[in-house]
Design a protein around this ligand. Structure first.
Ligand code: AMP
Ligand code: ZN
Length: 478
């Protein structure tokens, strides 16, 4: 049986009862990462939130076809591959493999389909042809552009008004456009760049068309749910709608959901700002379970400020949950009897929270109430109560992924990190993290933040030494 789920739909900006086109079957697309480097923990938020939606939809009784793409054709990929003298597609494939390792460490369930742009070229070209045929695309010197004013409902997702958009964009820079807001569907390849043959010459797709084509390939013309980070709402998702609806002549997607940012300080964590912590580095220190936990301990539409207290609370909660998971395995029932109502209610309460726009934070709160209660009555459990304790833990593992299948391993990693911290009297992982961040902000010429980091460490009597080989070592001031 399918249970009712309410979702905040960004098309209407309202919480609505979720009704898939075909009852019990959900067509779900989530915009995946661009693969040219290690992902950061802001990207992890988008990945883990997509994974949450997939799991919750299934728990609510839906059969889900979940598509999450890899963007493996992109300007940044081409530029980076060139720097290391590598073929751009092979270079991106290497990073897809690295991203997969990160996803595994975050305990993500596999998607139904994970297409790459490089493997979707025929569908992309066909869709561009349909857009041109239907009067919304035009060709200028081997480049194909989308004629935005030809699509009368442009702006319906981002609530942007076409007139003000047209005036807000400078035309001189890109004078081949018929209208300032027009965007690229296909661009000619420059000398030495990766290319595909097309009716318009050798080239490659613009960024937005890939998702329209991949969604259609695996989900058909109309989707039930589409997700991405909030930064993708405009222009990416707005352009996806325009392309798909112009090509297919029908509604593209009924429900749009966007996760808020993970911020570092007051700014969005992003590679271009140089303020990133990579998933890999974080997981090496604390384990993926802590990252997953922190990311799901706030509602996906709330901003998440990455501060020490958030991390510390995450560590403490992961420890409590996994100690409890181990302890509960050894509980014994005192005899036959009914289930304690407090214990019986927990899964239902978590489902209620999740039915309210995927409120994972609320569900986690319910679980902690349950955990405290069970610990108090653990010597007095009936057989039915004990069974329900195990069922509740299994639910948290399956639907939220907040109990790891190997709790001993999770605790071991936390202990190792504690050990490193107490051996030196300082938090070595924290220092290493700041050193890594300083390296990145220096590369991005963000000297203010680089100085801030040095000062922050100096205040704790940690002295940094920049070595000739580019590495940085640290010691405690004697
Ligand atoms: P990108 O590889 O930059 O296209 O990003 C992949 C996904 O991560 C997109 O859905 C972005 O919206 C999302 N994303 C990037 N940075 C952040 C951040 N700081 N917080 C939350 N989501 C982010
Ligand atoms: Zn996309």
């Amino acid at each position: 049986m399918v249970r009712e789920l309410k979702i905040h739909n960004n098309l209407s900006r309202k919480k609505e009862t979720f009704t898939p086109i075909e009852p019990g079957k959900v067509k779900f697309y989530s915009c995946g990462p661009t693969t040219y480097d290690f992902l950061h923990i802001g990207n992890a938020r988008a990945l883990v939130v997509g994974d949450l939606f997939n799991r919750v939809l299934k728990a609510f009784g839906h059969e889900v076809t979940f598509v999450r793409n890899y963007t493996d054709v992109d300007d940044k990929i081409i530029a980076r591959a060139k720097e290391v003298n590598q073929n751009a597609i092979e270079f991106a494939a290497h990073w897809v493999d690295e991203v997969k390792k990160d996803m595994d460490s975050l305990g993500m369930k596999p998607a139904s389909h994970t297409p790459k742009v490089s493997e979707t070229m025929p569908e992309i070209i066909e869709m561009i042809q349909d857009i041109i045929k239907n009067g919304s695309g035009y060709v200028v010197d081997g480049e194909v552009l989308f004629n935005v004013p030809s699509f009368s409902t442009y702006g319906k997702l981002s609530k942007k008004d076409l007139d003000s958009l047209q005036h807000g964009i400078r035309v001189e820079v890109e004078s081949h456009k018929k209208n300032p807001s027009d965007f690229v569907l296909w661009k000619p390849a420059k000398e030495g760049e990766v290319f595909w043959d097309s009716p318009w010459g050798k080239g490659r797709p613009g960024w937005h068309i890939e998702c329209s084509a991949m969604a259609k390939k695996f989900l058909g013309k109309t989707l039930d749910l589409h997700h991405g980070g909030i930064d993708l709402m405009f222009p990416h998702h707005e352009n996806e709608i325009a392309q798909s609806e112009a090509a297919n002549k029908c509604n593209f997607c009924n429900n749009w959901v966007h996760n808020e940012f993970l911020n570092f300080g007051t700014e969005k964590m992003s590679k271009s700002l140089g303020n990133v912590i990579t998933i890999r580095k974080f997981v090496e220190t604390y384990g993926g379970q802590v990252l997953r936990h922190v990311l799901l301990s706030v509602h996906y539409r709330a901003r998440l400020e990455w501060i020490d207290e958030v991390l510390q609370r995450g560590i403490d909660e992961v420890r409590r949950i996994h100690e409890f998971a181990i302890e509960a395995k050894s509980y014994k029932a005192i005899g036959v009897g009914a289930c304690d109502p407090e214990i019986e209610k927990c899964i239902d309460k978590m489902m209620d929270e999740l039915s309210n726009d995927f409120n994972s934070a609320g569900a986690l709160g319910q679980y902690f109430t349950f955990l405290r209660f069970v610990k108090n009555v653990k010597d007095n459990l009936s057989d039915a109560s004990l069974k329900q304790v195990h069922a509740t833990n299994a639910f948290v593992a399956e639907v939220l992924g907040l109990i790891n299948g190997n709790p001993e391993e999770v605790l071991k990693q936390l202990q190792k990190n504690d050990q490193n911290t107490s051996d030196s009297g300082v938090d070595a992982a924290w220092i290493e993290q700041l050193i890594e961040e300083r390296k990145l902000v220096k590369a991005a010429k963000n000297w203010v933040r680089a100085d801030e980091i040095r000062n922050e460490l100096t205040a704790k009597k940690i002295v940094l030494k920049d070595n000739p080989d580019g590495s940085t070592s640290w010691k405690i001031q004697g």
